[in-house]
Design a protein around this ligand. Structure first.
Ligand SMILES: [Zn+2]
Length: 83
């Protein structure tokens, strides 16, 4: 999911809250903003993990499992892997 999409949703939500109850809901806006930041953080973390994994791992051409790039033998199917 693109980050701008999240931003649009966040903006719409905050506007909706502000317009539906102007006076007392600063706390609510704050809560929603925190929630959005949390979601954003989780999304970002997932992306980083994927990047990290693909930097060190490669797919075995025999069994299609993820193995270390430096591996000479696949740990799943024990085939010799080309480097
Ligand atoms: Zn394999």
């Amino acid at each position: 999911m693109a980050r701008w999409f999240l931003g649009v949703i966040a903006g719409a939500l905050i506007l909706a809250i502000i317009f539906s109850a102007p006076a007392q809901n600063v706390m609510m806006v704050w809560l929603v903003m925190n929630l959005i930041m949390l979601i954003d953080m989780i999304l970002l973390q997932g992306k980083n993990r994927k990047k990290f994994q693909s930097a060190k791992m490669t797919q075995c051409s025999f069994c299609a499992e993820l193995i270390q790039k430096q591996a000479k033998i696949c740990k799943h199917c024990k085939e010799a892997v080309a480097q």
